[in-house]
Design a protein around this ligand. Structure first.
Ligand code: ADP
Ligand code: MN
Ligand code: MN
Ligand code: MN
Length: 336
C-alpha cells in the first residue's frame, strides 16, 4: 500500500511567516525524499527562478489520516542545497551544535486565540463579553469556547508523539494555551511548528480559525504570548541558582536584539499591563509576572531549575527565539 506524507514548511510571508503544506504519495516502505515547491507562490522566489527545495528534518505519525501516513517538517533550501534566506532553522541548528555541551532545554507555552465568524470565539455579535476575570482556567458554557477543539488538538499531538505538556484556557475569552517541551532547541522548535499546523488543521474541521496574533483585541484584553522556559544542564543541577541569575543578567545585556526578534507587534503586547513588562524595560524576579524574566518560585526553593522569558509573542518563530536564547545565555556562560 502507498502512504501519504504531508510536507509542512515555513514560508516567506512578512512580517510573520505562515505555514504551508502539501501531500506526497510514497510507495510502501519508501524513505522520505527531498521534494520541491513553487516558491513564487509563497514569497520565497521569483517566477523565473521559482523552484525551492524541501528537505525533511522531523517527522511523526499523521494523527488525522492515521494508518502509515506521516507529517513531515521540512526546511527550505535553494536548488544548490544551501539554506534559503527564509530558513531560520539552519542557524538554530548551528548554535544548538555549538553549545550542545551545555544541554539547553526549552518548554514553550503557546498561546492562541480562536476566531469564528470574524470575531474572537465567545464574543457577542456586537459589543463585548463580560470583562476578563473568570475565563482563565474557567469552566462552563458562559466562559469557555472551543474546548472540543482544544481536546481534539491535544489528542492529535499525543498520537503524533509530540511532547505536549499541558493545556489551559487563557485570560481572554476564546484564548487558550498549550505547552511543548521540555526539549532541546531543534526538537522544541520542530515540534512547535508541527503542533501549530495541527492546531490550524483541526480547527478547520470545526469551522473555527486559530490565530497567533499577539494582540487580537485592542484595549483591556490580554495579548497572546509564547513564554519560553529555558535551562541548561548547569541550571538544572545543584548550585544551578547562580547560573539562572547569570542567564537573566546575560539576557538583560541584549534586550534590543531579543525584543526585535520576538515577533511582530511586540510593542503592542508588552505594554506593562496584562502581566507583561514594557518592551523598553528589562527586569527579572521570582514569581514576578510583571517582569521580563520570571524565575518560578519552586526554583528559588530548590535553588536550581529554569527561567521563563515572558517576552516572546505568540507569533514568534521558535527557531529564532531558541537560537537567540542559546547564543545569549550559553554564549555568556562559555565566555566566563
Ligand atoms: P506557567 O506557570 O508559566 O503558566 P507552564 O506550566 O505553562 O508555566 O509552562 C512551563 C513550561 O516549562 C512547560 O512547558 C515545562 O515543560 C517547561 N519546563 C519545566 N522544566 C523545565 C526546564 N528545566 N527547562 C526548560 N523548560 C522547563
Ligand atoms: Mn502557562
Ligand atoms: Mn499563559
Ligand atoms: Mn508562563
Amino acid at each position: 500500500m502507498a502512504y501519504r506524507a504531508e510536507y509542512i514548511w515555513v514560508d516567506g510571508t512578512k512580517p510573520t511567516a505562515k505555514l504551508r503544506s502539501k501531500t506526497k504519495i510514497l510507495k510502501d516502505g519508501a524513505e522520505l525524499p527531498i521534494w520541491g515547491f513553487d516558491g513564487s507562490s509563497t514569497n520565497q522566489a521569483t517566477g523565473d527562478k521559482s523552484d525551492c527545495v524541501l528537505r525533511p528534518v522531523w517527522s511523526c505519525p499523521d494523527p488525522i489520516r492515521g494508518g502509515d501516513d506521516v507529517l513531515v517538517m521540512a526546511e527550505v533550501l535553494y536548488v544548490d542545497m544551501t539554506p534559503h534566506e527564509t530558513n531560520t532553522r539552519a542557524a538554530c541548528a548551528a548554535s544548538a551544535a555549538k553549545f550542545a555541551d551545555q544541554e539547553p532545554m526549552f518548554g514553550i507555552e503557546q498561546e492562541y486565540t480562536f476566531f469564528k465568524d470574524g470575531r474572537p470565539y465567545g464574543f457577542p455579535v456586537s459589543g463585548f463579553p463580560a470583562p476578563q476575570g473568570g475565563y482563565y482556567c474557567g469552566v462552563g458554557a458562559d466562559e469557555i469556547f472551543g474546548r472540543d477543539i482544544v481536546e481534539a488538538h491535544t489528542d492529535a499531538c499525543l498520537e503524533a508523539g509530540i511532547s505536549i505538556s499541558g493545556t489551559n484556557a487563557e485570560v481572554m475569552i476564546g484564548q487558550w494555551e498549550y505547552q511543548i517541551g521540555p526539549l532541546g532547541p531543534l526538537d522544541a522548535s520542530d515540534q512547535m511548528w508541527v503542533s501549530r499546523w495541527l492546531l490550524y488543521r483541526i480547527a478547520e474541521e470545526f469551522d473555527v480559525m486559530a490565530t497567533l496574533d499577539a494582540k487580537p483585541v485592542k484595549g483591556d484584553w490580554n495579548g497572546a504570548g509564547a513564554h519560553t522556559n529555558f535551562s541548561t544542564k548547569a541550571m538544572r543541577e545543584d548550585g544551578g541558582w547562580d547560573h539562572i541569575i547569570a542567564g537573566c543578567e546575560a539576557l538583560g545585556k541584549k534586550t534590543a536584539l531579543h525584543i526585535a526578534s520576538y515577533g511582530e507587534g511586540i510593542e503592542e503586547r508588552l505594554t506593562g499591563e496584562h502581566e507583561t513588562q514594557r518592551y523598553d524595560q528589562f527586569s527579572y524576579g521570582v514569581s514576578d509576572r510583571g517582569a521580563s524574566i520570571r524565575i518560578p518560585w519552586q526554583c528559588e526553593v530548590d535553588k536550581k531549575g529554569y527561567l521563563e522569558d515572558r517576552r516572546p509573542n505568540a507569533n514568534m518563530d521558535p527557531y529564532v527565539v531558541t537560537r537567540l536564547m542559546v547564543e545569549t545565555i550559553c554564549g555568556d556562560a562559555a565566555s566566563r
